[in-house]
Write a protein that binds this ligand. Sequence first.
Ligand SMILES: Cc1ncc(C[n+]2csc(CCOP(=O)(O)OP(=O)(O)O)c2C)c(N)n1
Ligand SMILES: [Mg+2]
Length: 273
Amino acid sequence: MLKAGQFKIPVHLAFGHEAVAVAMDLTMQAEDALCLTHRNGAYNLARSKSFDSELAHYELRGRSGSAAQMASMNLAMENTGIAYTSSILGNNMAVGAGIAMNRKVCHREGIVFILTGDGAIEEGVFWETLIFARSHELGIAVVVENNNFSLGSTIAQRRSPIDLSLVCAGLGVSFRRATGAELPEVKAALGAARSDASRGCPAVIEVQLHTFNQHAGPTPGWAEDPRRIALHDGLLLGQGDDPNDPLVRLQQALGEEHFRRLAEQVVQENAVG
Ligand SMILES: Cc1ncc(C[n+]2csc(CCOP(=O)(O)OP(=O)(O)O)c2C)c(N)n1
Ligand SMILES: [Mg+2]
């Protein structure tokens, strides 16, 4: 649909973020809140479990009037526990901390999960929020989706490296790292972070993952696009047999032959020329 230019708005896809979104859905309790970013589609899908409802938002059918204009980058679907979503990098950090502060002051249950990225942590509010949350012992768990990617730039291209484990150690915030392609691993990390946060210890989880699409818009891209997913080969072109590639993981888990049969079936069913 993106390739056919069917949307009036930009859609930030999240191929490669599936395991984190599903782990989030399995970890969140009814009283928890979730604060998202521009790349929120996988989380809205995992929480709403309705592709049609999400599509309705992308097609500007989901809400009436000016609210419909919140359709992609600020999408927080109803009855999902998604309290807030912002297109402004870092903005959801401060709002999430505010929600956690309210829970604490009003003695309400539940923690706040806040999503962010390796690009968004460059915003000052990321650092301020961690200091603020630690000082007030707020129940927040910050998930940093590290896809080594921010508007087309790698970390090395735009800044010095950041070791979040050392940052968190310095701040007294708990830290975990997980492979974003592995559902059990992410789920375990989110669950442990949730219990830290419910005791008033802010937590950070850095998930290493790859985004198998362009920043926004039609994707996978063009024939020579290095991010193209080659289901036929079971390999992500340009990234070889990187163990973080979910397709490589799937291939290993299912065995080459089973995977190839499945891939052929999927390719046939979804043939788009
Ligand atoms: C305050 C602010 N500055 C710049 C932008 C433009 N912008 C949108 S997405 C993006 C990159 C974000 O990278 P990251 O946080 O790593 O998320 P990813 O796109 O990789 O999921 C930028 C710079 C913005 N939306 N808000
Ligand atoms: Mg990124």
